[in-house]
Design a protein around this ligand. Structure first.
Ligand code: NAD
Ligand code: UDX
Length: 480
């Protein structure tokens, strides 16, 4: 029986390994993590992450060929293939702070492998890493090798949160990069054999190591670039009376462009896009390519612009001040169908409104009060470090309340900001919400989930990203 060990039981390690276990009954899969709390949750009925379909997959295999453990050394030692799926956050201090990837967790995982291994291993980079990381890992392993043969593969993960199980069951492609030596090719084949249990062969791409590492950064940069492009157009739509939904539809009908990832929004969030682009920018700079670096940097700048443009719009519409006013926030997760708040645009929007002294009341169906308070108290980039390295008990922001009910959150509010596209926000009783709000009652839809015309009929003043402005808003000074 082939044994797989995955270091890192997070959003990627957990679901990916659960699906491998489900699709490959003859493989034993053990997921290990230094966080005892996370492992305990994986072994309980309350999994540590919310992901549609994940519970069923875990229930089918856990205890059969899928195990979760904190005994990192033991399972590394026993494994034939070791996936490393630890976090690779943006550095918060020192050389490259705010840009470069922090490989502390990756390096410590590699050193653990070197310390405890007693037999040959295939080590698979599952985390997103800077191009050329495999070379560094190879050095750490071979300089401590005790005669053991290590083959490093790059197998970046392309799943998106909220659709992780669907994406893993039916991936557009699986990418495996390895050395072009006979041993490297043999290792590629071994990993290919795992995926071949359910992924059609033509969708398994094999490349050299550096192409695989760089493809992951490039794919995320391309995806984020589409969102920044449509968001830049959304600002122009508001200024001219064009409708961004119509523009995106017309543009996306060109088969060379395609319809996906053209939804204008308050800005992209999530643990990957910003971090990976910053990393790409840093690598370009380090390779003496400032023009390429500046090109990609602009994707982040437009994203930051979109978030501050949204806050400015809210404040400007409400007579240039939100001081002391209750503003309801519907949705805090970075997208629907996840409880993940890493880099969610809601953090920046809330901080912006708090900066203007608003009182904020937040409702999200999947995010706890503790998480929200932690996010609002944390410094930029601290979020992606293990919980034990984060501030233990941040002081709660007292102007922020969190409820489990959208109607409670909006009661008595002057304005409502929709920041996550949860389906339930489409079917709320907006007449009831309107009746319980201060007047004039404003809705700022950062995800284009509500029908502005219907809400205007109720009496709301509505702002929808990139849509023709409400006559009320059109009279307001331009927002930059
Ligand atoms: P995560 O923070 O959810 O999980 C990482 C886990 O690794 C944590 O539980 C942490 O405790 C553990 N860990 C850190 N160092 C360890 C060590 N030395 N030994 C054992 N465990 C250790 O992160 P994630 O979202 O799963 O992302 C992991 C990697 O995958 C990152 O590089 C990320 O960029 C990449 N990625 C993420 C996504 C996504 O949607 N989240 C998608 C594709 C790729
Ligand atoms: C992303 C990549 O899609 C995935 O392939 C990679 O493995 C990890 O990073 P994820 O961050 O989980 O996945 O979600 P994604 O669906 O890409 O959304 C990222 C952000 O962009 C979200 O905040 C989302 O709301 C936003 N978005 C997405 C838009 O604003 N408009 C769109 O058209 C699409």
């Amino acid at each position: 029986m082939v044994k797989i060990c995955c270091i890192g039981a997070g959003y990627v390690g957990g679901p990916t390994m659960a699906v491998i276990a489900l699709k490959c009954p003859s493989i034993e899969v053990i997921v290990v993590d230094i966080s005892a709390a996370r492992i305990a949750a994986w072994n309980s009925d309350q999994l540590p992450i919310y992901e549609p379909g994940l519970d069923e997959v875990v229930k089918q295999c856990r205890g059969k060929n899928l195990f979760f453990s904190t005994d990192v050394d033991k399972y590394i030692r026993e494994a034939d293939i070791i996936f490393v799926s630890v976090n690779t956050p943006t550095k918060t201090r020192g050389l490259g702070a705010g840009k470069a990837a922090d490989l502390t967790y990756w390096e410590s995982a590699a050193r653990m492998i070197a310390d405890v291994s007693q037999s040959d291993k295939i080590v698979v980079e599952k985390s997103t890493v800077p191009v050329k990381t495999a070379e560094a890992i190879e050095k750490i392993l071979t300089h401590n090798s005790k005669g053991i043969n290590y083959q490093i593969l790059s197998n970046p993960e392309f799943l998106a949160e909220g659709t992780a199980i669907k994406d893993l069951f039916n991936p557009d492609r699986v990418l495996i990069g390895g050395r072009e030596t006979p041993e490297g090719q043999k290792a590629i084949q071994a990993l290919k054999n795992v995926y071949a249990n359910w992924v059609p062969e033509e969708r398994i791409i094999t490349t050299n190591l550096w192409s695989a590492e760089l493809s992951k950064l490039a794919a995320n940069a391309f995806l984020a670039q589409r969102i920044s492009s449509v968001n830049a157009i959304s600002a122009l739509c508001e200024a001219t009376g064009a409708n961004v939904a119509e523009v995106a539809y017309s543009v996306g009908k060109d088969s060379r462009i395609g319809p996906k990832f053209l939804n204008a929004s308050v800005g992209f969030g999530g643990s990957c896009f910003q971090k990976d682009i910053l990393n790409l920018v840093y690598i370009c700079d380090c390779n003496g390519l400032p023009e390429a670096a500046n090109y990609w940097k602009q994707v982040i700048k437009i994203n930051d612009y979109q978030k501050s443009r949204f806050v400015n719009r809210v404040v400007a519409c409400m007579f240039n001040t939100v001081s002391g006013k209750k503003i309801a926030i519907l949705g805090f997760a970075f997208k629907k169908d996840t409880g993940d708040t890493r880099e969610t645009p809601a953090i920046d929007v809330c901080k912006g409104l708090l900066g203007d002294k608003a009182k904020i009341s937040i409702y999200d169906p999947q995010v706890t009060e503790d998480q929200i308070q932690r996010d609002l108290a944390m410094n930029k980039f601290d979020w992606d470090h293990p919980i034990h390295l984060q501030p233990m008990s941040p002081t709660a922001v007292k102007e922020v309340t969190v409820t489990w009910d959208a109607y409670e959150a909006t009661k008595g509010a002057h304005g409502v900001c929709i920041l996550t596209e949860w389906d339930e926000f489409k079917t709320l009783d907006y007449a009831k919400i309107y009746a319980n709000m201060q007047k004039p009652a404003f809705i700022f839809d950062g995800r284009n989930v509500v029908d502005p015309e219907k809400l205007r009929q109720i009496g709301f003043i509505v702002y929808s990203i990139g849509k023709p402005l409400d006559p009320w808003l059109a009279d307001m000074p331009a927002v930059a």
